[in-house]
Unconditional design. Structure first.
Length: 120
C-alpha cells in the first residue's frame, strides 16, 4: 500500500463523517480518485438533487456536461462498492431524467444508520 492510497482511504472516512452521513465505514473501501470526487460531491450536497450536467462539470471539469455514460458508469461502480444491494440502492439514488443524489442519513443512538428517514 502506498502513502497516497493510505491518505486516500483515510480521506473517505473523514469526508463521510464531515457530511454527517456514513456508508460502510466499518469496511475499508478502495475508490479511484474520480469515484472519490463524485462521492464526496454528492455527500457534501446530501439530500439535494444534482443534475447530470452539474455532476459532470464538478467532477470532470467545465468542458463536460453531456457525457452521461461517464456518470452512469461511475455511479454503477460506486453502488457496487458501497451499497448492500446495488440494484436497490439506499444511498446513491437516481432521480429519473434529472440526475443523482446522496440520501440524507440519520444515525441513531446505537450508531445504526437510517437512509432517508428522520429520527425524532
Amino acid at each position: 500500500m502506498t502513502d497516497q492510497t493510505s491518505l486516500f482511504e483515510s480521506g473517505i472516512s473523514n469526508s463521510i463523517r464531515c457530511a454527517g452521513s456514513y456508508a460502510r465505514i466499518r469496511v475499508l473501501v478502495r475508490l479511484t480518485p474520480t469515484e472519490f470526487d463524485l462521492l464526496h460531491y454528492l455527500m457534501v450536497y446530501a439530500g439535494l438533487q444534482m443534475t447530470h450536467a452539474r455532476l459532470l462539470r464538478a467532477v470532470w471539469g467545465l468542458e463536460y456536461g453531456g457525457e452521461l455514460e461517464y456518470l452512469r458508469t461511475y455511479v454503477r461502480q460506486l453502488r457496487k462498492k458501497l451499497e448492500d444491494d446495488p440494484a436497490e440502492p439506499k444511498y446513491l439514488l437516481t432521480d429519473a431524467h434529472y440526475g443523482y443524489r446522496f440520501a440524507e442519513v440519520t444515525v441513531d443512538r446505537k450508531g445504526e444508520n437510517h437512509p432517508g428517514r428522520r429520527l425524532d
